[in-house]
Design a protein around this ligand. Structure first.
Ligand code: ADP
Ligand code: MG
Ligand code: MG
Length: 884
C-alpha cells in the first residue's frame, strides 16, 4: 500500500485519501498553476497511527523518497545550513474543519540554517530570524503543547521594550533576542531544548498533525457538523514560499465571488510583508484585494486569471490562499467555498445563466435547510442598534421580549401575554416549562449540542447559546460595563447569534413574501427571489413525490396552497372540538343515555360540516385527507387535579356542585396511566357509538354541498391508530353505508384508508391493505411506539444526553430513523402494494418536512409527503433534489 503521494500524482476526487487540501493542491498542480512542490501523507497513514500509536511500516522510507525528490526539484536540502529547504507541515481532512487542526510553517530552520536562509534572501537577517521565531512559536504550541500566550507575552515584552506597536518594527537583533526568549519558554515547558534536527522537526510535526484529529475542539466540531470520527487527516508537506521577504512580498485570501451574496467581483484581503497565518489572525489591518492591482499589477492580473480558471474548472465559487514572494505569485490552497444560504441560491442561478451548470446541478447546489433559513422572519436591521454581543446561532429565528432569569418567572410573565426571553448560564431539564413559555432562549455557555440548543431546535424556538461575554446571575446579566436587568427588553437573532438591546422590529423575509404571492419573481429586482423561484420551479418539474400539507382550517389550507401544497395530507379534527364547542363535547362524554349522546352529536355535526366545507373549498380539486378523531377524550375535559380541588373547596363551604361532581367522576372513570397507549384513535370509534358516524356524515354532506356549488371535492377518510384489519373493517362497513345514503348518485367519490402508526399495522400491512384504499404513515406515533419513547417527554428529559453520547446524531422525531422506523415503513409499503397494486402511500408525520426524511420517502417510493404549510416549499425542493 502507498501512503505518500506527490502533488503530481493526486487529483481533486481523492479527498478521502488525500484530504480536501491535498486533493486540491494536486488538482491545481496538474492544471499547471504555480503551486510550490510537495507531497501528501494519506489519511490512511493517519488512521493507522491513531489506532496503533506508531507509524505504519514503510512510511518513513516513503517519506524519505518523496523528500529526496522534493529536495532534488528545489535544488536544496531540508535544513541545509548553507542553503536550506524549508517546508510547511499542514493538516487537511476530507471535510474542511476551519481552524480546528494544526499547521507548522518554516520547518527545517535551526541555529545554523537561519544564517543560510538569510544568505538565500540576499543577507536579509530580519526575515530569517522572523521565520525562525515563528517556527519555534508554532512548533511549540502545536507539537509540544506549550501555552501560546507565553510566546505572545514574550513578543509583547519585546515590542514594549523597544517602544513599538507593530511586529514589523522589530529588527533583526530584536528578533534574534526573541528567538532566545522563545527557546527559554520552550525548554521551560517541555523539559528539553528546541529540536535542531530538521528531519526530527518534520517527523514530530507530522505526528502532531495526526494527533490534532483527536483534539477536543476537533472532536466537538465533528460532532456538531456530523462528520464521521474515523476519517483522519492527511498531512501536506509543502516547500515554503515567503510572503515576509519585504514590501514586494505578501499573502492573502480571496473568493471568486462574494460568499455572502454571490455577486461577482473582487473579494479578498491582502497583507504585504507577512506570512499566511497573519491574515487570519488579524494582527495587522489587511488591505482590500483590489488594492493589490496598484501594488503589484502583474501578480494581480495573474491572480485574476487563475481565479477565472479555477471557477471554470470547479464550476463553482472557490476560495483561495496565495502568497507573493518578491513579485512571484504562488497558490497555496483552494476549495469550493462555503457560502450563506442566500448566496447558495443566487450563485447556482448565476452559474446556470453563465452556462456553467444545468438546472439539475443547480438543484444539487442548494438545500432545504438553506431554504428554511431564508424563510425565517428577519429583524429589520435598518432600525437595529449595534449588537450588544454575539453567541452561537443555535436555532434560527428573530425573537424579542422581556428578559427573565428563571423558568418559573418565564412562565409567570408569559402568562400575562408579554413575550419573554429566558436568559440562563445554561439550561437543564428543569427549565423546560420556561423554555416552552419563552419566545427565545439565550445562554452564556454551551455549543450547538447543549441542552438549550437541542431543545430549542426541537421546539422550533429561537435560541442563541454560548454568548460567553455575558456574565449571568439570577437577576441580571452584564456585558462589560452594561447591565441588563429583569424586565428589560432584548432581541436575539438565532441565525447570526447577535443580541440587541431593545425591541428590534421583525418582518417576513422576501422569500416568504414571494411564496405568499406578494412579490412577483419576474418583477422583483431581487436576484435571490428570482433564483429561488427558478430552482424551485425546476424541482417541481423533476420530482415524483407530491407535497401535501397538514392543515385544519381554511386559512391554513389557503396559505399552504399558495406555498405549493397539492392537497391536504392530514386534517386533524380534534382542533374543531375546542373553544365554545367544548361544552358539546363534554355533554357527549357525560351522556348517560343514548338520547343525550345523540343530542350532543347532533349539535356537533353541522359545525363539523361547515369546517369541512370551508377546507374543501380552499382545496377545491385537490385531495383532502381527514383523520377521524384521534386523541383520548379526557383531553377535552378539565384536569383531575383542578376539578378535585374545586369540588373539595365547594364541599368545605357546604356547597353542592353537581355538574363538577359528575365531571369529576367521569374524569376519574376515564383516567389512564398511559393515555397515549389507551382509549384513542380507532378504539374511540369502536367504543363510543355514533362518534365516527357523525364525522363521516359531516364529511359526506360537506362534499355533496361543494359538488352542488360546482366544485370538485376529493375527501379521503383516514382512520387513526389501526393495528388490525378487523378494526378498520368494522369502521369501514359502517362508514360506507352512511356515505352511500348521502352521496347517492352524485359524482362525489370518497376514499377510506388508514394511518400506519402502530408497529403491528406495518407488520400486517398486507392484510390491512385489503380494507384500505390508502396508507398514510403517521411517523410520529410510529417512532414513539417503535422506540418506546414518549414524544411529549423525552426531548427535554434525556435526548440531549443521547445526542452528546452519539447514540443518535439527530432526534428520531426530527429525522426518520431509516434503519428501524424506516424499515417498518418499507415493509408496509411493499406488502401493502403487493396486496393492493396502486395503493396510495403518503406520510403525515413531522418527518414529511425534514430534508433527509424526504429523500428516504422518495427512495421507498411513496406517493406524497405532507407537512406544515411553512415546510411545503422545503419538501418540494428536497423532493426535486431526491429525483435528479
Ligand atoms: P488552515 O487550514 O488553518 O488554513 P493552512 O495549512 O492552510 O492552515 O496554513 C496556514 C497558513 O499558512 C495559510 O495562510 C497558508 O497559506 C500558509 N502556508 C501554508 N503552507 C505554506 C507554504 N508552503 N508557504 C507559505 N505559506 C504557507
Ligand atoms: Mg488554509
Ligand atoms: Mg398519531
Amino acid at each position: 500500500m502507498k501512503f505518500v503521494y506527490d502533488f503530481a500524482e493526486g487529483n481533486k476526487d481523492l479527498k478521502d485519501l488525500l484530504g480536501g487540501k491535498g486533493a486540491n493542491l494536486a488538482e491545481m498542480t496538474n492544471l499547471g498553476l504555480p503551486v510550490p512542490p510537495g507531497f501528501t501523507i494519506t489519511t490512511e497513514a493517519c488512521q493507522q497511527y491513531l489506532r496503533n500509536g506508531t507509524h505504519v511500516d514503510g512510511l518513513a522510507a516513503e517519506i524519505d523518497a518523496h523528500l529526496a525528490a522534493l529536495e532534488e526539484k528545489m535544488g536544496r536540502r531540508l535544513g541545509d545550513p548553507a542553503d536550506p529547504l524549508l517546508v510547511s507541515v499542514r493538516s487537511g481532512a476530507k471535510f474542511s474543519m476551519p481552524g480546528m487542526m494544526e499547521t507548522v510553517l518554516n520547518v527545517g530552520l535551526n541555529d545554523e540554517s537561519v544564517d543560510g536562509l538569510s544568505r538565500q534572501a540576499g543577507g536579509n537577517d530580519r526575515f530569517a530570524w522572523d521565520s525562525y521565531r515563528r517556527l519555534i512559536q508554532m512548533f511549540g504550541k502545536t507539537v509540544c503543547e506549550v501555552p501560546g500566550h507565553e510566546f505572545e507575552k514574550a513578543l509583547d515584552d519585546a515590542k514594549a521594550a523597544k517602544g513599538v506597536r507593530d511586529d514589523v518594527q522589530l529588527d533583526a537583533d530584536d528578533l534574534r533576542a526573541l528567538v532566545t526568549a522563545y527557546k527559554k519558554v520552550f525548554a521551560k515547558h517541555t523539559g528539553h531544548d528546541f529540536p535542531q534536527d530538521p528531519r526530527e522537526q518534520l517527523d514530530l510535526a507530522t505526528e502532531a498533525v495526526f494527533r490534532s484529529w483527536n483534539a477536543d475542539r476537533a472532536v466537538l466540531y465533528r460532532r456538531q457538523e456530523r462528520i464521521p470520527t474515523d476519517l483522519g487527516t492527511a498531512v501536506n508537506v509543502v516547500a515554503m514560499v515567503f510572503g515576509n521577504l519585504g514590501a514586494d512580498s505578501g499573502t492573502g485570501v480571496a473568493f471568486t465571488r462574494d460568499p455572502a451574496t454571490g455577486e461577482q467581483g473582487v473579494y479578498g484581503d491582502y497583507l504585504s510583508n507577512a506570512q499566511g497565518e497573519d491574515v487570519v489572525a488579524g494582527i495587522r489591518n489587511t488591505l482590500p484585494l483590489a488594492d493589490l492591482e496598484r501594488l503589484d499589477k502583474r501578480s494581480y492580473d495573474e491572480l485574476m486569471q487563475i481565479m477565472a480558471t479555477l471557477e471554470g474548472h470547479y464550476r463553482d465559487l472557490c476560495d483561495i490562499e496565495f502568497t507573493i514572494e518578491r513579485g512571484k505569485l504562488w497558490m497555496l490552497q483552494t476549495r469550493v467555498g462555503k457560502r450563506t444560504a442566500a448566496a447558495a441560491f443566487t450563485i447556482a442561478a448565476q452559474l446556470v445563466d453563465e452556462g456553467v451548470i444545468d438546472l439539475d446541478e443547480a438543484l444539487h447546489r442548494v438545500s432545504g435547510a438553506q431554504l428554511a433559513q431564508l424563510m425565517f422572519p428577519r429583524f429589520d436591521l435598518s432600525s437595529a442598534p449595534e449588537a450588544m454581543t454575539r453567541g452561537i446561532g443555535a436555532s434560527p429565528g428573530a425573537a424579542y421580549g422581556q428578559v427573565v432569569f428563571t423558568s418559573a418567572r418565564a412562565v409567570e410573565v408569559a402568562a400575562t401575554g408579554a413575550p419573554v426571553i429566558l436568559v440562563r448560564r445554561e439550561t437543564n431539564p428543569d427549565d423546560l416549562p420556561g423554555m416552552i413559555a419563552a419566545n427565545g432562549i439565550l445562554t452564556s455557555r454551551g455549543g450547538k449540542t447543549s441542552h438549550a440548543a437541542v431543545v430549542a431546535r426541537g421546539m422550533g424556538k429561537t435560541c442563541v447559546c454560548g454568548a460567553d461575554e455575558m456574565e449571568v446571575s439570577t437577576s441580571s446579566f452584564t456585558i462589560g460595563s452594561v447591565t441588563v436587568r429583569e424586565g428589560e427588553t432584548i432581541s436575539i437573532d438565532g441565525t447570526t447569534g447577535r443580541v440587541y438591546a431593545g425591541e428590534v422590529p421583525v418582518r417576513p423575509s422576501e422569500v416568504v413574501q414571494y411564496f405568499e404571492g406578494d412579490l412577483d419573481p419576474a418583477n422583483a429586482n431581487d436576484p435571490l427571489v428570482a433564483a429561488v423561484h427558478r430552482i424551485l420551479t425546476h424541482a417541481d418539474e423533476k420530482r415524483s413525490l407530491k407535497v401535501r400539507t397538514n392543515a385544519d382550517t381554511g386559512p391554513d389550507a389557503a396559505r399552504a396552497r399558495r406555498f405549493g401544497a397539492q392537497g391536504i395530507g392530514l386534517c386533524r379534527t380534534e382542533h374543531m372540538f375546542l373553544g365554545d364547542r367544548r361544552e358539546l363535547v363534554e355533554r357527549l362524554i357525560l351522556a348517560r343515555t343514548e338520547a343525550e349522546r345523540n343530542e350532543a352529536l347532533a349539535g356537533l355535526q353541522p359545525l363539523q360540516r361547515a369546517d369541512f366545507l370551508e377546507i374543501f373549498r380552499e382545496m377545491n380539486g385537490l385531495p383532502v385527507t381527514i383523520r377521524l378523531i384521534d386523541p383520548p377524550l379526557h383531553e377535552f375535559l378539565p384536569s383531575l387535579e383542578e376539578l378535585a380541588v374545586k369540588v373539595a373547596v365547594a364541599h368545605e363551604h357546604g356547597r353542592r356542585v353537581e355538574h363538577d361532581e359528575q365531571m369529576l367522576a367521569a374524569v376519574r372513570r376515564m383516567h389512564e396511566q398511559n393515555p397515549m397507549l389507551g382509549l384513542r384513535g380507532v378504539r374511540l370509534g369502536l367504543v363510543i357509538p355514533g362518534l365516527f358516524a357523525m364525522q363521516v356524515r359531516a364529511i359526506a354532506e360537506a362534499a355533496v354541498a361543494l359538488a352542488a356549488e360546482g366544485g370538485r371535492p376529493r375527501p379521503e377518510i383516514m382512520v387513526p391508530l389501526v393495528g388490525a384489519v378487523q378494526e378498520l373493517e368494522t369502521v369501514r362497513t359502517e362508514a360506507e353505508k352512511i356515505i352511500a345514503t348521502i352521496v347517492g348518485d352524485t359524482n362525489v367519490d370518497i376514499l377510506i384508508g388508514t394511518m400506519i402508526e402502530v408497529p403491528r399495522a406495518a407488520l400486517t400491512a398486507g392484510q390491512i391493505a385489503e380494507a384500505a384504499e390508502f396508507f398514510s404513515f403517521g411517523t410520529n406515533d410510529l417512532t414513539q411506539m417503535a422506540w418506546g419513547f414518549s414524544r411529549d417527554d423525552v426531548e427535554g428529559a434525556f435526548f440531549w444526553r443521547y445526542l452528546e453520547l452519539g447514540i443518535f446524531g439527530i432526534s428520531p422525531f426530527e429525522s426518520i430513523d431509516a434503519d428501524g422506523v424506516g424499515r417498518l415503513v418499507r415493509i408496509a409499503a411493499e406488502e401493502g402494494r403487493a396486496a393492493r397494486p396502486g395503493l396510495k402511500l403518503g406520510v403525515c408525520g413531522e418527518h414529511g418536512g425534514d430534508p433527509d426524511s424526504v429523500h428516504f420517502f422518495h427512495e421507498v417510493g411513496l406517493d406524497y409527503v405532507s407537512c406544515s404549510p411553512f415546510r411545503v416549499p422545503i419538501a418540494r425542493l428536497e423532493a426535486g433534489r431526491a429525483a435528479v
